[in-house]
Design a protein around this ligand. Structure first.
Ligand code: F6R
Length: 258
């Protein structure tokens, strides 16, 4: 894992978007794993501004609320259309989110995994982190080898996501379909972005704490090619900060991003 700390949220967002753009430059038919949430809104704004073509990109989103139709304004498909898909030249045929409004969720999950495999696997998986330590919607105690399936959200996550539902956590669907931790770990490269003081405690647990299903983001410590981009606030509880900065200054892979 490599941890890069930027001076503020704008710089962290900018670095994340530039990294994605660099991967698109290297592989125009990139298989991209996408995330939603407030943190990602700014990344997509920046990525759109960077003006890359998504014509040959295939994408798989991490998750979708169970029971919401794709056209529902609160669905993650609507979020993705608003923040990215309708603003770039991506082919709608190449875009996938779990079809979590279907009756047979087991079959939906099986097909989602099969579609990811058929695309050759995910080249770059973009991640945020929830205050429960979730990646995707892998809430505490999600098996670290889990695959795509439906999960019950914690009350804390429903609270965290209430803004999209008129501020009322009870209106946030209680269940979601999500890639599993194992699905995420299969991506060739993983890029997690977290900003803000409210993420500092969980970020420290995920990066420097023990690997535990109580904080599913801690499983990223097992991934051979995982980058974590933070702003100063989200990094404020890390112990090994000096070394992370030293690595960023010295690793040749970061030359074009410093
Ligand atoms: C969303 C997702 C979640 C979010 C996380 C952070 O697709 O998978 O894991 O990335 O809840 O959300 P924000 O950025 O709103 O704090």
């Amino acid at each position: 894992m490599e941890v890069v700390v930027q001076k503020d949220a704008d710089s962290a967002v900018n670095l994340t978007a530039r990294l994605i753009a660099a991967r698109l430059d290297a592989k125009p038919d990139l298989v991209l794993g996408l995330a939603t949430g407030r943190t990602m809104e700014r990344v997509y704004d920046r990525l759109v501004a960077l003006g890359r073509s998504f014509k040959r990109v295939r994408s798989f989103n991490l998750d979708e609320y169970v029971g919401l139709a794709p056209e529902d304004p609160q669905s993650y498909r609507s979020y993705m259309r608003q923040h990215l898909f309708d603003r770039v030249d991506i082919d709608p045929e190449n875009v996938r989110l779990p079809e979590a409004d279907r009756p047979d969720l087991k079959e939906v999950a099986r097909r989602y995994e099969a579609d990811i495999n058929a695309a050759g696997g995910i080249d770059l998986q973009l991640l945020g982190i929830g205050e429960t330590g979730h990646i995707g919607f892998n809430e505490p105690l999600s098996a670290l080898m889990s695959r795509t399936r439906d999960k019950t959200l914690t009350q804390s996550t429903r609270q965290q996501n209430a803004a999209m539902f008129g501020g009322d956590p009870d209106r946030v669907p209680p269940r979601a379909m999500t890639m599993g931790v194992g699905t995420i770990l299969d991506a060739i490269e993983v890029l997690l972005l977290a900003t803000g003081e409210h993420k500092a405690a969980i970020v420290a647990k995920a990066i420097e704490g023990p690997i535990t299903s109580m904080v599913t983001a801690s499983a990223l410590q097992l991934h051979p090619n995982c980058k974590v981009v933070l702003d100063e606030a989200a990094a404020s509880r890390l112990q090994g900060r000096d070394y992370y900065d030293w690595v960023f200054q010295n690793e040749p892979d970061w030359d074009e991003f410093r």
